[in-house]
Ligand binder design. Structure first.
Ligand SMILES: *Cc1c(COP(=O)(O)O)cnc(C)c1O
Length: 346
C-alpha cells in the first residue's frame, strides 16, 4: 500500500483525547466535564435536550432564530410540555422576558436558549439570563456554536448547565466534532431521567459511564481522528493568538460590516447595535430586490466573499455577511462590502 498523510496516522490516544477536552474546557470557562462529541454540533444539542427533557416535565424554549424551532420539536418529542418564548428575529430576548415566562410557569425545569444566532445576526444576553434561570431552579441548555471564540462565553460564571459548541464558526476549525460541557446538576438530571438516551450515539450518559467515570483510560469507540487533529490544531491557533484577540477580531469585523452597510444605504436587520452578533451582519434588502438575486449578483462580482441570502422565512428580504473564523478580517469585510456595493449598482 502506498503511504498517504491523511490515512496512515498513528492511533489517537486516550491521553491526547483527554488533553483536547481540557483545552476545550478552558476555552469555555468551565471546570465541568467536557465531552468532545464525535459528530457535528447537532449531535450534542440533540443529546443534551433528549437527556435533560423528562417526559411530563415542562421546558421553556426561547426562540430567537431557526434553531429554536428545532429544539422545540425535540423537546416535545422527548415528552416535555413546551412553553415557547418567541421574540422577533431582529432582536435579542431580554432577561426580563425570560424571568416573566418563568414566573408564569412555575414548573419549568429546563430552559433552552441560543447564544449567537448566525442566521439572523443577533446575540442573546446570557450573562443576564443565566442567573435568572438558576434562581428559578431550572437547568440551562445553551447553543453556543456560533458564539464560542467570537464573544465572551463564561459557562460556569453564567450558570450554563449544558453548554454546546462546535468548532466550525468563529473557532475556524472542523465541523465534524463538537463539544458539550455538563454541570453536576445536569449529570444528575440525565441520570434521573428514565427516557435519557442510553446505548445510543446520542447518549451523554454513555460517555460519562464508559469514558469519564472509568478514568478516561480507553475511548468507548473509534474517534474521528482527522477531525480531532484538526480541533487540536485549531485550539493551538486560538491559544497562540490569544482568545481575547480572536474575540476582538470578530467584534472589529462586526462593527466594520455594520458601518459599511449604513454607508451603502442599507438598513441593518438588527436595529439595536447592542443586539448584533459578532459572527454575522444581516441587512434588509432594499424594497423590490430579492435577497437571493442580490447575493447572486454580489457573488458574480466576487465569488469568494462570504455573502448569503437568508434561509426559510428570511429568504427574500435578508442578506447576510458572515465574518467568523478566517473571515473575521477587515480585508474580507471590505471585499464583501465592495461586492455588495457593485451588486447594488446593477
Ligand atoms: C451553525 C450553528 C449550528 C450548527 O449547525 P449547522 O446548521 O450544521 O451549521 C448550531 N447552532 C447555531 C446557533 C449555529 O449557528
Amino acid at each position: 500500500m502506498s503511504h498517504h498523510p491523511l490515512l496512515d496516522l498513528p492511533p489517537l490516544t486516550a491521553g491526547a483525547f483527554a488533553a483536547t477536552e481540557r483545552r476545550m474546557a478552558e476555552l469555555l470557562g468551565t471546570a465541568n466535564d467536557v465531552v468532545i462529541t464525535q459528530g457535528e454540533a447537532l449531535l450534542p444539542l440533540e443529546g443534551a435536550i433528549r437527556g435533560a427533557a423528562r417526559p411530563g416535565s415542562t421546558a421553556l424554549n426561547v426562540v430567537t432564530g431557526p434553531y429554536g424551532r428545532t429544539f422545540g420539536d425535540w423537546l416535545r418529542d422527548a415528552g416535555a410540555q413546551v412553553v415557547e418564548l418567541s421574540v422577533p428575529f431582529d432582536r435579542a430576548v431580554t432577561a426580563d422576558q425570560v424571568a416573566r415566562a418563568l414566573e408564569r410557569h412555575r414548573g419549568i425545569d429546563l430552559v433552552s436558549l441560543v447564544h449567537a444566532e448566525a442566521a439572523t445576526g443577533t446575540s442573546n444576553p446570557v450573562a443576564g439570563i443565566g442567573p435568572v434561570v438558576r434562581a428559578h431552579g431550572a437547568l440551562l441548555m445553551l447553543d453556543a456554536v456560533a458564539s464560542v471564540a467570537a464573544e465572551p462565553l463564561r459557562t460556569d460564571a453564567w450558570g450554563v448547565d449544558l453548554c454546546v459548541v462546535g468548532a466550525q464558526k468563529a473557532m475556524g476549525g472542523p465541523a465534524g466534532v463538537s463539544a458539550v460541557a455538563v454541570s453536576e446538576r445536569a449529570w444528575r438530571r440525565l441520570a434521573d431521567n428514565p427516557a435519557a438516551p442510553r446505548r445510543s450515539y446520542l447518549s451523554l450518559l454513555d460517555w460519562k459511564e464508559r469514558w469519564i467515570d472509568s478514568g478516561r483510560r480507553a475511548l468507548p469507540h473509534a474517534p474521528a481522528q482527522l477531525e480531532m487533529l484538526a480541533l487540536a490544531a485549531c485550539l493551538d491557533r486560538i491559544e497562540a493568538d490569544g482568545l481575547d484577540a480572536v474575540i476582538a477580531r470578530h467584534r472589529g469585523a462586526a462593527d466594520r460590516a455594520r458601518e459599511g452597510a449604513f454607508d451603502l444605504g442599507l438598513s441593518p436587520y438588527v436595529t439595536d447595535a447592542r443586539d448584533a452578533a459578532p459572527v454575522a451582519t444581516t441587512v434588509r434588502t432594499p424594497q423590490g430586490i430579492h435577497a437571493g438575486a442580490l447575493a447572486a449578483a454580489a457573488l458574480t462580482a466576487d465569488p469568494e466573499v462570504p455573502i448569503a441570502a437568508g434561509a426559510g422565512p428570511l429568504a427574500a428580504d435578508l442578506l447576510r455577511v458572515d465574518h467568523y473564523g478566517r473571515w473575521a478580517d477587515p480585508a474580507v469585510v471590505d471585499r464583501a462590502l465592495a461586492a455588495l456595493g457593485a451588486a447594488l449598482k446593477r
